[in-house]
Design a protein around this ligand. Structure first.
Ligand code: MGD
Ligand code: MGD
Ligand code: MO
Length: 773
């Protein structure tokens, strides 16, 4: 089997809205390509509905009163991708060595279809060969028994259900490690570090019905049209009630500009849609802290004027007095920064920031939404805390129609953390685990994603077990990490589809294929349900609908149980009982987290999900001071050390297209950005192109600018004119990941700073493009 390249490149700007006719066409294409049985329509009707299945794409909330079709273009693509009828052809691994498969692009690896049987790497032939499940677990268990648990890594990508995650976390602690890095270490870990200090909870406070009562939404660094499209319904509704939406994003993202509901016949015919953002500020990459300081400065200045005049202050003074601490320190910093500093830092004018402040001061209830544009920076934690500061000024936390809303990525990434997938022992109720399962849980802090990579480079990792994900492709510094990975004694990938992480390992490697969430999971007591937590902390039951593609597929809970039995031998956990009936795992989750999961099984199918308690929603602040705390960021500079004032350096943002789910590339079109047939583009504005003597379509190499003397380059890009701020360029993730130094991460959360990588552009002759004098 081989693949053929038939793409043509087209870079004509896109003129339609997000959603609309283009959306329907794009879904139809993938359904056809995946030979997906979804066209029957009935299956899609069950997506994100009570008693149906919860989408495997993003984590956006699922309403209690859903639309007839409660799914979006990208949810449909994700469903089609998982429910494809294509399976890995029997002869694929027989006829291709692993070394050959390593030369395949990501797209072509996943495109072969669903994995259908457990496979083991055979060193003699350099091939994967089928093995049976028992053989796999015996070998993996024996290897793990002989290893130091502190050198074993148990990764999760955020799709695994609450049930499987709880079991996986328990298995790891029984085995003796807290090494539970997960995808949120590359994603919203900045939130998880920031918000507990600010408001005493690690998650957002906004509930879906807050969107019915808000009159102002601030949107920072989240590309809703591609990455959480169902939220466009809430935004469109809020707009139709006259709410203002104020967006900060270096790129003009189509979903944030205009949206046509593909499920509304009139909007479809007109293909025009609602204007989403009432103000759009093209902040420079990493400029949000400055921008938010500017808005706060304007609000505080208005307060100072009001105080002098004896008129009403725009601050919620009663709230500030009763509920917050450290306001004065923050206000002083906001007063002290000059407008020149804030304009330079944000790339926006004082007038623009004052407009945003004016809208904020008009609002009675404001929501602050954000995504990777804030979290994936050196100052990612501080940027998240600035959103909290902004909201606190006017009492916008713990009030109807208001709150903070980090938009999570994977469909259960937030939930995994809730039930114990974390490297931080303090976040797990270890006492409960000790009491329920009679063992001494490990107390040493485990490794997060960046630390796993560091340990791997040092040769300190003996085994990597991945529950989902494509670790080597998602992490920074791809080249060095892949090299280091080739030394690892044991690699086990539990997954649905073949990806590059299955092909990079040292001694022993296993691929264990799973039943996806959309498939029927039958165990001894009958068909099982699993559960997930959405971005608004609501928990939903989910039942798969399609018969699994192969009789060899197994469920994630079953795989954890077998892994645990083979590794730990007899112990105090009723693994088989749990697997026979997942309701018993939910009982165990409830026993471990009695408040959060009260009556878990009874409430499993609550329409809209059941909310777990979030103290800050009720203005209870579990912070050090017992109050909501203004945390004042130190400094405005995003890349203080390595960037300097070198005039040739650009800030590279690594972006997702509308045709991918993380490392899964559905196709090579990014419709909303008008890019067709290629992902190897460098988006740069016409001013910088002229200044640097570059031209449309020119072939270039990107090279990281750093003082560590390591060469990091990716070649084969073409220059493409795009409306993006001066000094900023855009490229795609994961193609650009080799450019991100491992140490280039949010200082306090270790989230790789993928949205501000200092790079230079090299021409074909190897010369660095420099600005004309
Ligand atoms: N279809 C689809 N859905 C997805 C995913 C997917 O790959 N495909 N991935 C899922 C996952 S795991 C996640 S975490 C989320 C990711 O969803 P997002 O949070 O939307 O992440 P990105 O697409 O990486 O880009 C974020 C946005 O930030 C902007 N941006 C970049 N730098 C800055 C900056 O410095 N400041 C500001 N204000 N904006 C900036 C970019 O222009 C872009 O619009 O989506 C989830 N949903
Ligand atoms: N440069 C740059 N790097 C980034 C980012 C960025 O914006 N820029 N974003 C970061 C973010 S936010 C994230 S979350 C990470 C994502 O990192 P990961 O979560 O590690 O990667 P994914 O691409 O989501 O993983 C896809 C694979 O998961 C497997 N899979 C799919 N469904 C299932 C399932 O139901 N069960 C199991 N067991 N396996 C399944 C399939 O085999 C598929 O190939 O990447 C990060 N890396
Ligand atoms: Mo993510």
């Amino acid at each position: 089997m081989s693949y053929k390249e038939t793409r043509t490149v087209d870079l004509t700007p896109y003129s339609g809205p997000a959603g609309g006719q283009g959306s329907l066409k794009s879904v139809a294409e993938i359904l056809t390509r995946e030979h997906s049985l979804l066209t029957s329509g009935t299956l899609m009707m069950r997506q994100n509905k009570t008693h149906g299945f919860m989408c495997v794409s993003c984590a956006w909330a699922k309403p209690g009163k859903p639309h007839l079709f409660e799914y979006c273009e990208n949810g449909a693509k994700a469903t089609a991708w998982e429910l494809t009828t294509k399976t890995v052809p029997d002869d694929l691994f027989a006829t291709h060595t692993v070394s050959e498969l390593r030369t395949w692009p990501d797209y072509n690896l996943e495109e072969v279809g669903r994995l259908t049987r457990p496979m083991r790497y055979d060193r003699a032939s350099d091939k994967y060969v089928p093995c049976d499940w028992n053989e796999a677990f015996q070998a993996i268990g024996a290897a793990l028994k002989a290893m130091d648990p502190e050198k074993v890594v148990l990764y999760s990508s955020g799709r695994t259900s609450l049930e499987a995650s709880y079991m996986y976390g328990l298995f790891g602690r029984l085995y003796g490690t807290n090494n539970f890095p997960d995808s949120s270490n590359m994603c919203h870990e900045s939130t998880s570090v920031a918000l507990p200090e600010s408001i005493g909870v690690p998650v957002g406070t906004v509930a879906l019905d807050d969107f019915d009562h808000t009159d102002c939404i601030f949107f920072f660094g989240q590309n809703v049209g591609s990455n959480a499209p169902r939220m466009l319904h809430q935004l469109q509704d809020a707009r139709s009630r006259g709410a203002e939406i104020i967006t900060f994003n270096p790129l003009l993202e189509r979903g944030l500009e205009r949206f046509a509901n593909p499920q509304s016949p009139t909007e479809l015919i007109q293909n025009k849609g609602t204007v989403i953002s009432t103000q759009y500020h093209q902040v420079r990459a990493g400029g949000d802290i400055s921008a938010m300081f500017g808005i706060c400065k304007a609000v505080i200045a208005a307060h100072d004027v009001a105080k002098k005049a004896g008129t009403r202050s725009p601050l919620d003074e009663a709230f500030l007095a009763e509920h917050t601490s450290d306001f004065e320190k923050f206000a002083k910093a906001a007063r002290d920064y000059t407008w020149e500093e804030l304009e330079a830092g944000s790339g926006l004018t004082r007038a623009a920031l004052e407009d945003a402040a004016a809208a904020y001061m008009r609002s009675k209830a404001t929501i602050g939404i954000y995504g990777m544009g804030l979290t994936q920076h050196r100052k990612g934690v501080e940027a998240c805390q600035m959103v909290a500061n902004l909201l606190l000024l006017r009492g916008n936390i713990g009030k109807k129609g208001a709150g903070i809303c980090p938009v999570r990525g994977h469909s259960n990434v937030q939930g995994q953390r809730t039930v114990g997938i974390t490297e931080k022992p303090a976040l797990v109720p270890m006492d409960k685990l000790r009491e329920l399962y009679h063992f001494e849980p490990p107390t040493k802090t485990g490794l997060n994603t960046v630390e796993v990579c560091e340990a791997m480079v040092k040769g300190d990792v003996q085994a990597f077990i991945g529950f989902g994900g494509n670790f080597v492709r998602a992490v920074p510094e791809t080249v060095a990490i892949e090299d280091a990975w080739k030394q690892i004694p044991l690699s086990v990938q539990v997954s649905t589809k073949l990806n590059r992480s299955h092909l990079i390992f040292g001694e022993m490697a296993y691929m264990l294929p799973v039943i996806g969430r959309l498939e029927v999971d039958a165990q001894a007591s009958g068909r099982q349900a699993v559960s997930v937590e959405d971005s608004t902390a609501c928990i939903h039951g989910s039942r798969g609908m399609r018969k699994p593609l192969s009789p060899h597929l197994r469920s994630e809970p079953w795989i954890v149980a077998e892994l645990a039995k083979a590794t730990l031998g007899l112990n105090t956990v009723p693994w088989d009982d749990w697997v026979s009936d997942y309701a018993k795992v939910r009982d165990a989750i409830e026993a471990t987290y009695p408040e959060m999961f009260k009556d878990f099984n009874k409430r499993l199918y609550t329409p809209g999900g059941f909310p777990r308690p979030i103290a800050a929603r009720n203005r209870k602040w579990n912070t050090k001071s017992g109050k909501a705390t203004f945390v004042t960021p130190v400094g405005l500079d995003e890349n203080p050390d390595e960037c300097g004032k070198n005039g040739s350096v650009f800030q590279l943002m690594t972006l997702r297209s509308n045709d991918q789910f993380n490392t899964t590339i559905y196709g090579f079109d990014d419709r909303f950005r008008g890019i067709k047939g290629t992902r190897m583009v460098v988006l740069i504005n016409a001013r910088d192109m002229a200044r640097f003597g570059l031209s449309e379509g020119q072939k270039v190499t990107l090279s990281t600018f750093s003082k560590d003397n390591v060469s990091r380059e990716v070649t084969g890009f073409q220059i493409h004119t795009y409306d993006i701020p001066d000094g900023c360029i855009g490229g795609y993730y994961p193609e650009c990941n080799p450019l991100i130094p491992l140490w280039h991460h949010a200082e306090r959360s270790k989230v790789p700073a993928a949205k501000s990588v200092p790079v230079v552009i090299k021409r074909a002759d190897g010369e660095v493009a420099r600005p004309a004098a």
